[in-house]
Write a protein that binds this ligand. Sequence first.
Ligand SMILES: C[S@@+](CC[C@H](N)C(=O)[O-])C[C@H]1O[C@@H](n2cnc3c(N)ncnc32)[C@H](O)[C@@H]1O
Ligand code: SF4
Length: 349
Amino acid sequence: MRIQDFHHTLTALGARPCHIGRINRAWLQGLALDHGTRHQQSADYFPLKVRQGLPALSQQLATLARIHTRHEAADASQRLLVELADGQMVESVLLPRDGLCVSSQVGCAVGCTFCMTGKSGLLRQLGSAEIVAQVVLARRIRPVKKVVFMGMGEPAHNLDNVLEAIDFLGREGNIAHKNLVFSTVGDPRVFERLPAMQVKPALALSLHTTRDDLRASLLPRAPRISPAELVELGEGYARQVGYPIQYQWTLLKGINDSLQEMDTAIALLKGKYGVLNLIPYNSMEGDSFQRPDEAHIRHMKHYLHAGGVLTKIRDSAGQDIDGGCGQLRARAADRIDLSRLRRKAAGQS
Ligand SMILES: C[S@@+](CC[C@H](N)C(=O)[O-])C[C@H]1O[C@@H](n2cnc3c(N)ncnc32)[C@H](O)[C@@H]1O
Ligand code: SF4
């Protein structure tokens, strides 16, 4: 379901923009849709037909997403396995300091070799209302002031829904535009659409290496844009919006953690309006990748810093609870007959 469908239904019931605005804000705060204010009860505010239609609409929104399981981690993050109306599952992660990581797709077509979400391929897109519903669920647990699109899926492959959700959260959801973070492997459409948005999100570019050939093998179905070109495009966007690009670098031992790689990263990123996030690989069962040793990761950070690149080490949240993107879902899917969900996604009975 898209947010615009929700709004069309309200308009058909006779709701005016001011009514729709109030209903939006109630939904986004996790309150009842007919929530009144201290000064004005809903009966005095909404037209009768709107009031009569709200219970059915509330029911529809409530079934968009519900918490299947909740896992609290030692680092104050919480992973939510969220069940959608058709039984598909996605992950949302409540991050420390009022952040939330949301999913934009069930599965992902890019197929990064180190990512659990990529293993299933794309099962289906999330509607914009399903993306926002993850924020609503999280807000019932604790405040959310930052939303990062770093959960399951490639936002650039579901642009209309993701941008609609960003616009809605930025206008009505009380979230600063720079606190909406669009994370992508990079796609020409991103650099056409984002600069034209009224709500311009911050951008995270999943770079992982400066080498074209290595990037092509790690991210097999990402658009073929060279790392140098990606950085140039990212720099243009960062200068336009006034907030830095976050370059993501999932650290894989012996693959993209050499000092030679760091030297080329310095050559590419020094002087750029960005920050490099080193994300130590979060291991999946039965794979061949490893994260580099702690001492090497710290050395890399200092080396990059000394070379003039602002660098941070970012562990995936909730290391003790299947912290890698897609791992919770994968475990649950082992238990709930994945093939049935695949048939459902393909529209077969
Ligand atoms: C899951 S992706 C979702 C957003 C988008 N598809 C992207 O790649 O930027 C968010 C980030 O998680 C990282 N990631 C995926 N699997 C990981 C793993 N096993 N360990 C560490 N980081 C991982 C990716 O490299 C990416 O930077
Ligand atoms: S890292 Fe991002 S683009 Fe790659 S498979 Fe995972 S979700 Fe998709």
